[in-house]
Design a binder for this molecule. Sequence first.
Ligand SMILES: [Zn+2]
Ligand SMILES: [Zn+2]
Ligand SMILES: [Zn+2]
Length: 299
Amino acid sequence: MLTLSNNTDALPSVDDTNHAPIEIPDLSDLFDQRQDRRFHVVRPVELIPIGIDGLLDLERRVIGTSRELSVHSVAVDIPAGEWHSSQQLLLGMHWQQQVHYAGVIVRRIKTHERGLFLGAEFGGLAQELIEGDAPLPTFDRDELAFVLPQSPKLYENWSQAGVVEKTLLDRILVCPRCCGVPTFRHACRKCGAGRVKNDRLIHHFACAYVGLATEFTTETGEVVCPKCRQIRLVVGSDFEYLTGENLCGSCGWRDSETELYGHCLRCNWRFEMHQAREQELHGYHVRRLAPLAVITDSI
Ligand SMILES: [Zn+2]
Ligand SMILES: [Zn+2]
Ligand SMILES: [Zn+2]
């Protein structure tokens, strides 16, 4: 975190007995000075070339040491013979027991007795990919599926590199054919149709008769047992409602059970629930390098 607590000499005195208005120093001046200045910051860094497809080339990862850091640029020493002349890189800087990442574009390369000196600016594709909020899967209205801003291959590649932390957010059931998002219904076990109605039954406790609710109801709305003729039956104390057979409005099948069926909104495939594919939704987090915080911590 950025802290300016080391710069107490720039803060106003607090023992002002005259209670004159305290002049607050303009901290933005300090900030501006730091923006333009380069600071001597020596920390272990790693450099990973990035392709135009955003994939990191892990085989060509190079370990080095930072020499200078500013808000806009970084200078790094790497051992001789390890450079493969990539211009766009992902830079990871070790700071506070963790690696913080930034995208860089190499602007200068110089050889010296111990190896190479690289001067780079923050920016480029890697920086674009890690900027903004952590990528989370969102429902895409056109795709009718959960998608991430970039291809799944890219996130796998970055996870393998240890650059992003992958967190399981949810496990959802999707279409077994196309991973689209389905709707679900209690459907006919024979044909999968959702047009299933079931008869409401009444169980009269006193005589144990079970029949259709319509048989028990009189024109005046009273409940009368059609078998034993007992009148004014009260729900709960005299009788209970039961669910009767299911009747399919599509194929006419009668059944005591229904089956959960999914229907894919994307490809229109109808499938039994147990056939649904389980899709894991992951969020990805990358620790971004904040040069000013590292500079403030290092001086
Ligand atoms: Zn049916
Ligand atoms: Zn009865
Ligand atoms: Zn589908």
